[in-house]
Design a protein around this ligand. Structure first.
Ligand SMILES: Nc1ncnc2c1ncn2[C@@H]1O[C@H](COP(=O)(O)OP(=O)(O)OP(=O)(O)O)[C@@H](O)[C@H]1O
Ligand SMILES: [Mg+2]
Length: 338
C-alpha cells in the first residue's frame, strides 16, 4: 500500500468525537510545550533564518521546498496565486491566514492531491509537478489533513500499517511468499507500536480509530505520517478541535519532529501555537502570500493584522490570556532565551 493510502480522496463518515481524555499533568504538558531546538539541523536552520530578510518570497539559505507561480482557480475565483515561496530545511514554518485564504488548497497542490492551472514546485531539488500524492510521499514529503482521514472501522494499529511503505502484500510477485510478507509485517508492526507509544496511543492499538477522541485522531494522523520516515511533514491544522491540554503536548511533538531533523510546514489558526513553536511564519490572504518572517515580527505586521481583521474580527493574534499561567511562564522564559 502506498504511504498515503488513507488519503485517497475517499470520504469516511466520522462518528461524533468523544470528549478529550484528562491530561496526565499540566507539568508534563508544559515540559513538552516549548524548548530550544536540539538537533544540529534545527539549530542551524534557526540561525540561518535569523539572517533572512522578512519579505515576501525571500530566498532561504537551505530551501527544501521551492514553489513558483502556483495558480489554482475554481471557476472565476482564484484560490491560490503564490508567486514565490521557499521553505527552509530543518525549521518549523507556520502557514497562517484567514478562512478561505487558500492554505489547504496550496497544501493539496504541493502534495499532489490537486492540480494547479499553472506553476512549478520542487522538493529537494526535484520537480514534483504532476506527481501523485503517493509519489510525493515516497519522495519524503507527507501531509496530514484538516479533516482527519483515519479509517474508523479499522483499528489504530491497522491504520498505522496501511501507511507502512513497501508493503510486499501489495506486490503480486511477492505476495505469495509468506515469509517475505510476515517479516515485513513484523517489522512494520514493531515500528507502528513504537511510534504509537511515542504519542501515548499504544494502549489504543486494538481500538477502532472511530472510538478515538478528536485530539487522539489528530495524533494518530501524525503518527501514521511518521510510518514513512518523511523528510518533511505538512500538518493541516493539527491542533484544531483539540483539548487545550492536549494542544500543549501536540506542540511538543511538532517540536520533537524538527529536533529529529525533519522539516515541518503547518497550517494553524491557534496563534499561541504559531508564535511559540514556529521559526518562520508565512501569511496567506486571498490566495496570495502577503507577509513572511519571524513569528514576533510577522504578528505585529499591519498587513497581517489587516488580513485577519478583514476576515474575522474576533481573531486573537497571540493573546496569551487563554494559556495556563505555568505553561505561559515557561514559554516566555524560552522566548527570552531566543
Ligand atoms: N474543490 C473546490 N471547489 C471550489 N472551490 C474551492 C474548492 N476547494 C477550495 N475552494 C475555495 O478556495 C478557497 C480557498 O479554500 P481553502 O480551503 O484552501 O482555504 P483555507 O485557507 O484552507 O481555509 P480554512 O482556514 O477555513 O481551512 C475558498 O474560497 C474555498 O471555498
Ligand atoms: Mg484549510
Amino acid at each position: 500500500m502506498s504511504a498515503d493510502l488513507p488519503a485517497d480522496g475517499t470520504t469516511h463518515t466520522m462518528p461524533e468525537p468523544t470528549p478529550e481524555p484528562t491530561p496526565d499533568s499540566v507539568v508534563d504538558a508544559a515540559a513538552a510545550a516549548a524548548h530550544e531546538p536540539t538537533s544540529e539541523t534545527a539549530v542551524e536552520a534557526r540561525s540561518e533564518l535569523a539572517q533572512v530578510e522578512p519579505v515576501v518570497g525571500a530566498a532561504k539559505p537551505d530551501a527544501i521546498l521551492v514553489a513558483d507561480d502556483v495558480v489554482r482557480r475554481f471557476g472565476g475565483m482564484t484560490a491560490v496565486d503564490v508567486e514565490h515561496l521557499e521553505v527552509q530545511r530543518g525549521a518549523i514554518t507556520a502557514l497562517i491566514g484567514p478562512n478561505g485564504a487558500g492554505k489547504t488548497t496550496f497544501f493539496n497542490l504541493l502534495t499532489g492531491f490537486d492540480t494547479p492551472q499553472s506553476g512549478t514546485w520542487s522538493f529537494e531539488g526535484r520537480s514534483l509537478q504532476g506527481k501523485s500524492g503517493a509519489r510525493v510521499a515516497k519522495q519524503g514529503m507527507v501531509r496530514t489533513f484538516q479533516l482527519t482521514k483515519a479509517l474508523s472501522r479499522l483499528t489504530v494499529l491497522q491504520n498505522m500499517l496501511l501507511a507502512a511503505p513497501h508493503n510486499p502484500g501489495e506486490r503480486f510477485w511477492l505476495s505469495w511468499l509468506p515469509f517475505t510478507w510476515k517479516a515485513h509485517e513484523k517489522a512494520a508492526t514493531e515500528k507502528a507500536v513504537e511510534i504509537l507509544a511515542r504519542f501515548k496511543l499504544d494502549d489504543k492499538a486494538g481500538d477502532y480509530a472511530g472510538s478515538l477522541s478528536g485530539g487522539q485522531r489528530k495524533l494518530l494522523e501524525m503518527a501514521r505520517a511518521l510510518m514513512t520516515d518523511p523528510t518533511m511533514i505538512m500538518l493541516d491544522e493539527p491542533m484544531a478541535g483539540v483539548n487545550p491540554a492536549l494542544v500543549q503536548s501536540l506542540l511538543g511533538h511538532v517540536q520533537a519532529l524538527r529536533d529529529e531533523g525533519m522539516t515541518v510546514l503547518f497550517v494553524e489558526h491557534d496563534m499561541h501555537a504559531v508564535r511559540h513553536i514556529s521559526d518562520w511564519v508565512v501569511v496567506m490572504a486571498e490566495g496570495r502570500i502577503v507577509a513572511e518572517g519571524p513569528p514576533k515580527a510577522v504578528m505585529t505586521d499591519q498587513a497581517v493584522v489587516d488580513a485577519y481583521l478583514g476576515a474575522h474580527h474576533d481573531t486573537d493574534l497571540g493573546d496569551d490570556s487563554l494559556l495556563d499561567p505555568e505553561i505561559l511562564a515557561r514559554l516566555e522564559a524560552e522566548e527570552e532565551k531566543r
